[in-house]
Design a protein around this ligand. Sequence first.
Ligand code: AMP
Length: 190
Amino acid sequence: MNIVIFGPPGAGKGTQSKFIVQKYNLHQLSTGDLLRNEIKNKTALGNEISSIMNSGELVSDKIVGKLIEQFISNDIFKNKIIFDGYPRTILQAKNLDNVLEKYNQKIDIVLKLSVSLETVKKRIFERQSQENRADDNEKIAIKRYQTYEKSSKPVIDYYQKSKLLRVINGEVSISEINTEISGIIEGIKG
Ligand code: AMP
């Protein structure tokens, strides 16, 4: 099973991905984590993307496309991926379908976590003190939320058309979201 988890920054994508990974024995592919690693390791790519990431903008489709293909092409992860933070644009959504098809795979479900800007601000404020992420401050959080609002609409429409989309209320507690997601996954596992 391959799952896409979708939502604005601070929606709980990372937390819920980790829960799904443990419960269903999947692998988390977080493009944000992969990109942050490049910056931490001071690679050429890391230097190229750090200012973009720190300003709350999106890194190019081409760069993230390469990262996800490296992951998808690895047999260890075949049909066991939860995509956390990818796709974020319509081009990425189409690219994901193409790359998965190339490796005889597909997406089984898209989970969209819905949260308000107010909640995002509150959660990012909490995360800032725990994780010390360079892009987690209120101004950048608002920018990232706006970036999401702008680019996510066509992606949501795309998955709605393919009937893969499930919308989840991301305002409730972590365990309530866990329960709802488990119900959806159990439903498609049959
Ligand atoms: P995240 O950890 O998913 O919130 O991502 C943090 C930052 O990494 C984003 O604000 C973007 O700058 C970059 N990023 C992560 N995933 C993508 C993606 N799929 N496309 C473009 N940029 C991305």
